[in-house]
Design a protein around this ligand. Sequence first.
Ligand SMILES: [Zn+2]
Ligand SMILES: [Zn+2]
Length: 392
Amino acid sequence: MKAVCWFGKEDMRVESVPDPELLSPRDAIVRVTSTAICGSDLHLYGGKVPSMRKGDILGHEFMGEVVDVGRGVKNLKTGDRVVVPFPISCGSCHYCKTERYSLCDNSNPNAWMLEALNGFAGAALFGYSHMYGGYAGGQAEFVRVPYADVGPKTVPGHLSDEQVLFLTDILPTGYQAAEQCGIRSGDTVAVWGCGPVGQFAIQSALLLGAERVIAIDRFPDRLAMARDVSRASDLVNYASDTDDVVETLKQLTGGRGPDHVIDAVGMEAHGTDAYSRLESGKQVLKLQMDRATALRQAIQACGKGGTVSVPGVYAGLIDKFPMGQLFAKGCRLVGGQTHAHRYVQPLLERIERGEIDPAAIITHRMRLDEAPHGYSIFQKKQDRCIKIVLTP
Ligand SMILES: [Zn+2]
Ligand SMILES: [Zn+2]
């Protein structure tokens, strides 16, 4: 089969590789009909994630048709059309039983790698390095799905691939980011980063009762999508509108700051202030793993008693963390991988009711063969690229 393989920093290739096979009774094989490149795949593309090996198959947003099932999988049959959440979860550990699927204790055979880094390991992920389990991803014609009795969810035939594909990651991720803010009717929420997760965080915040959502980015086309598709009420372009985002947010909220803030940027934040330049240098010198401009601004801007919600990916230590502000304002900091399984059904229902149209954020459709080009333009934010869907 054909698959998108990692060969090094900014070196993705579409290769011919062996077809996957059932390895355990709880496996299924899925023929991929649609897959996507996630913003977090850019951390792999940029060579920022350790424990990648040449030839690793990428991709954790994919859906398709079940073509083979192990004898332990009773809830799926050949021919079923499924979406597959990006964390791999066993369904029976303490964390899975309490619906915290991305913290699964059993799915990552290389848990020791993450334990060495963080003390604990969470769930394995599809196509996301050996420290996250080393499982092949879904940017391929076929994929092996472990614990197939837990993850895959069948989707109704009247919904197109493009309408349901993002249930695998970015839609639940944006939704969880908003949900964990504990938004009350009438609240104002500020969202850093108007990439795909930011767009869904904005839409979700409004669905959950926010009256105003302030979208922050530096790319006019992303801000335009935040306004036109996601219905953000206010836009802040930090590159052209202001040199002090925190102050601007204060002014937009009568001096109070947003009730809640969402960092949908993560560890490769771009910034224009002195700290940001210092951090970029330290990251290059490996003195610091993450650049935290967005997170720092979010904490500084968050109103008293608010939630700082972090769907953006962080990997290591950061400096100049405004803990004193977080404490003094009584703010709550919450982040982590998405418990995607938990959200597939309720969000599927919202899609069916027409409350969310996930396909509206797709800017590029390509064949799987064109994935290397897709990664390149997505990383460089060329051609107004926000979301790429690949079809094998
Ligand atoms: Zn992702
Ligand atoms: Zn588990």
